[in-house]
Design a protein around this ligand. Structure first.
Ligand code: ZN
Length: 328
């Protein structure tokens, strides 16, 4: 039996925007190519618009919003836009793969030097093209005008980040902790609470620091914050966040997540284009986790250790409930 899958994070649009001549069918290059999604029974895939923090970052994100709409939705009959009021039908009955957009790095809304007001105009433009948005992350790994990132551990939330949070109040778009520094994550949670902002919190593609110590993985205190706020944590398949040498540690992350955050655990595999990116042609993923067909083998491996209810929760149940709440 194959479980329906909801996944919280992939970089397909970044791949399409970046590589000339690329298509969503390139199954040897990207783990979330259409054939993998279909044979892995992915029913709802989040398309995160990724950009590094660099000049013209906002143009790169807008390009991805156009690709989302014009190539993925209008240019194929494989995908359909997520429908907030019909989520359960889309996940359990629809044959097409529902897609929802998200923003990975708020530098995609606004370059470093321009007026902040442009960020809000672009956000509305992106929603018009590719909405509804599931989440926005403030940074990628480096710091930007909004906040510190994973690789700038001491740098917290900045005034522009606070303004962005105020703008997101009540907008039914989650904020993603996957790439914020710990300092920024705690700052933004404090800021949200102090100002009574209505902003859901998730970690879209993050594993657990207690299982494998890496600044991209969540410390337990943040895991508990996500749980307390009714959020989601998407398990990341990248080997440098699972364990560089031991693929079996992925199951340890999942079992730890079921213990600490049973209502929050989901998938956020983080498939992105791999061609020529790592020295020596080595993959970013262990072979066992390399593409979207692998959700099913991972769930199968878990069968001996966890209940059917837990398998359902991880594969789609938790993410479905979160989205139903978010957009109710
Ligand atoms: Zn990422």
């Amino acid at each position: 039996m194959k479980w329906p899958i909801i996944d919280l994070h992939c970089d397909l649009t970044g791949y399409l925007a970046w590589i000339e001549g690329s298509t969503a069918l390139d199954e040897d290059i990207i783990g979330c190519a259409i054939p993998h999604l279909q044979s892995g029974r992915v029913r709802l895939q989040t398309m995160a618009f990724f950009t590094p923090t660099e000049p013209d970052s906002s143009a790169f994100t807008l390009k991805q919003a156009h690709l989302f709409r014009e190539v993925l939705l209008q240019g194929s009959d494989v995908f359909t836009l997520v429908k907030p009021k019909e989520l359960e039908r889309q996940v359990l009955q629809e044959n097409r793969i529902a897609i929802v957009s998200a923003i990975e790095n708020a530098s995609g809304l606004c370059d470093e030097g321009e007026p902040l007001a442009n960020a809000f105009l672009r956000l509305e433009k992106i929603i018009e093209l590719a909405g509804p948005l599931l989440y926005i992350g403030l940074t990628h790994v480096d710091e930007n005008r909004f906040s510190g990132g994973n690789f700038t551990p001491g740098i917290g939330l900045k005034p522009d980040g606070e303004e962005l949070l105020r703008y997101l109040n009540g907008r039914r778009i989650a904020v993603d902790l996957a790439h914020t520094s710990d300092a920024a994550a705690f700052d933004l949670l404090t800021f949200i609470d102090k100002n009574s902002l209505d902003i859901p919190i998730i970690a879209s593609h993050s594993n657990f620091r207690s299982v494998y110590d890496n600044p991209r993985n969540l410390p337990n205190e943040l895991v508990q914050e996500v749980v307390r706020r009714g959020g989601l944590i998407g398990i990341n398949f990248l080997k440098k966040f699972v364990h560089p040498e031991k693929p079996e540690v992925l199951l340890e992350h999942i079992l730890y997540g079921l213990e600490q955050a049973p209502q929050a655990l989901a998938f956020g595999a983080d498939f992105f284009q791999e061609s020529g990116m790592m020295e020596g042609g080595e993959s970013y993923f262990h072979p066992e986790h390399r593409n979207a067909t692998k959700y099913q083998s991972i769930l199968q491996e878990l069968e001996a250790q966890v209940s059917t209810q837990e398998l359902e929760a991880i594969s789609y149940g938790n993410a479905l409930r979160f989205m139903q709440q978010l957009w109710k």
